[in-house]
Design a protein around this ligand. Sequence first.
Ligand code: 4NP
Length: 165
Amino acid sequence: MKTISICFVCLGNICRSPTAEGVMRHQVREAKLDGRIAIDSAGTGTWHIGDAPDERAQRAAAKRGYDLSALRGRQIAVPDFERFDLLIAMDDANLAALRQICPPEQRDKLRLLMEFVPEIDHRWAGEREVPDPYFGDAAGFEQVLDQCEAACRGLLAALHPQLAP
Ligand code: 4NP
């Protein structure tokens, strides 16, 4: 059986990428693809290694049925580029940080999350990035969830054919 492994990447690994991880885990479970798609997240920075997701991210996610409480911050490391099939960055700065440390032969595994939003979903047309909500208000965390839900739906649809026997 084929499996696919994905790592979502942001700056701190306490707001955006854990949210993407929680949303994707939920959608994968709903699609009965647990065990076929492995999901993780990481940050490019070091500030929040070992920390639980930001309280505001956890609260907003819990209201939509996603439990982020067990996740802990970690920093992306070079072995991750070998280990994962896709490393999906939340914004251009994260993508650039990944490119800097990614071995050249693994560079085609690097993507932006918003590339996966289905074309039919016009809410996010032309949007390349998931903005960092850390220094903003509660609305920013709702937007992160909206963007993650839309993009993960497209990501799952894109992966489905690759999982066929
Ligand atoms: P994230 O948000 O990259 O979505 O986890 C941030 C969390 C913490 C910081 C910046 C962004 N920080 O500067 O500590």
